[in-house]
Structure formats: C-alpha cells, structure tokens
Design a protein. Structure first.
Length: 275
C-alpha cells in the first residue's frame, strides 16, 4: 500500500455500493483498483507529480458519488467514453486537463492527452501511454514535497452532502454553526457543493444564513439561491468586506447576465462595486 495521503475524498463505499456502481457500469472493476476505491473513494493525493513515462501532475481521482459532478465517476465516465477504447474508463485527471484511464480488463493505467489528435473514429490503445501496471504502482511513483493537509470535518460533511452523516455529526455534539479552519461555516461550504436537500437540512437544524447567499452566488447555483431566499436570506447582506452577494459575480459574467443574477436583481439585489 502506498504512503500517499488523500484529502477531499468522498463517503467510503461498502460492497453493496460498489456492486451497485459496477451494475451501472456493466463491468466489475479489476481487483487492485477495486481495493483502492474501497479504501480511498476519490480525492486529491498529497503527492501528485509523475515524472515517467510522461510528465504530468495528477490532481485528483474520481469517486463513486453523486454529490459532485466534477469528481463523480458517474458523470466523468460518460463524458470521456467517446474518447477512449470501450474497455477503458477515466478515473483521474491532471492539472493540464488530461485524464488517467483504467483498463477494466487488467488494472493497467494509461495517460490520455487532451492535446493529441487521436484516431477520429475510435482511439486505439496503442495511441495512449501506459503509465503503470496498476494504481498501487502509480501511487508509489508519485512524488512531491507538499505535507499531507488535514481533512477538515466540516468541509468533509459539506463535500459528502450526506444527510445521515450530518445527523450523526449533530447527535455526537457537533455545532451546526461551527466554522472550519478557513473561517467559513458548514452552511457556507455546503452552498458551494452540497445538494439543496443537505443545505435545507442544515437550515432546519439551526444553521445561520450569514454568508450563505454569497457562497451560493459565487458558485452560481440557482436552486441553492432560490432555497436560501425562500428561507429569508438577505439579498443585500454585507460580508466582512462590505460586499453584497451580487458583488461575488465576476464583472464579465454580471454584464452577460444569468438566471442567478436575474433572480437576485428581481428580489432587489444590488452591487456595491458598480457595473
């Protein structure tokens, strides 16, 4: 087993979860990867530099989750399916936009380069670069000097977006309005990534709305903005810097307009920065 530490992982999967995913996939994972996904359900390795046979930075591994489209195998496998041989699936991504693909037949891992013009009909295996015989070998060859960061409990809860885990946290004495090391509350973290159902559960358990609309507006999440407004969020709340939620929208997006902007302005939202 490698000594690579993962942060940003998702809720661990049990055998039932794994079998359900394999049913959706229509194939069983090869054994080494199968063990890996049960041990580490996605996330970001604290060592991520691969030097050979191709130089790249592996930023993250996809997870069996529906809490985040960007990190979900459910979402990313179909996206990459037209670009890979039928027996390969995307399991990780690099900082440059490339993908790491797993061969479902034998645990081998390949590098897919987004800048290469592969065969127009169907990418052939020999066009890709074999980088490891299995995921454990790949992890053993990653290097880097970053210290393994702690995985903050509140950020993890928001990332998992699991109502049962939230209830467990609260039953064990957790504070619904505690802040993470970044200074943001659980609700603020959740407004960036979690499902509306999880966010509503936080509110029902007494989560303060302070800063939540700023977070949801920054992440441009219309259903979450609608939910927060329904619960009485102040459309012109000022944060510590004196900015309103609409100030969190980059000026180029603000000028183009969007459903989030239209909704906030219809409710009386203003920018303090000018347009």
């Amino acid at each position: 087993m490698s000594n690579v530490v993962f942060t940003g992982s998702y809720k661990p999967v049990d055998e039932a979860d794994l079998c359900a995913f394999e049913g959706w996939l229509g194939s069983r994972f090869p054994e080494v990867y199968r063990t890996f996904i049960q041990r580490t359900n996605g996330g970001h390795p604290h060592k991520h530099r691969l030097r050979d046979p191709c130089a790249c930075y592996i930023e993250g591994f996809y997870a069996i989750t529906k809490a985040s489209d960007e990190m979900s195998l459910y979402t990313q496998i179909p996206i990459m399916r037209p670009h890979l041989p039928k027996f390969l699936i995307a399991v990780a991504f690099t900082g440059s936009g490339d993908r790491i693909a797993l061969d479902l037949r034998d645990d081998h891992l390949y590098h897919w380069d987004h800048e290469v013009e592969y065969d127009a009909e169907q990418t052939r295996l020999e066009e890709l670069t074999l980088i490891a015989d299995d995921i454990e070998e790949l992890l053993s060859r990653l290097d880097g000097n970053d210290a393994p960061p702690a995985d903050d409990e509140l950020m993890k809860l928001a990332r998992w977006s699991d109502v049962q885990e939230l209830r467990k946290y609260l039953a064990q004495g957790g504070n619904i309005n505690a802040c993470s090391e970044t200074g943001a509350s659980l609700l603020q973290h959740a407004c960036h990534t979690a499902s509306p159902a999880f966010i509503e559960e936080c509110i029902k358990h007494g989560a303060h709305l302070n800063g939540a609309l700023h977070a949801a507006t920054f992440s441009h999440r219309l259903p979450v903005v609608e939910l927060l407004l329904a619960y009485g969020a102040n459309v012109n709340e000022r944060n510590a810097q004196g900015r309103t939620p609409l100030d969190k929208v980059p000026i180029n997006i603000y000028r183009r307009g969007s459903p989030v902007i239209e909704l906030l302005e219809a409710r009386g939202g203003k920018r303090s920065l000018g347009a």
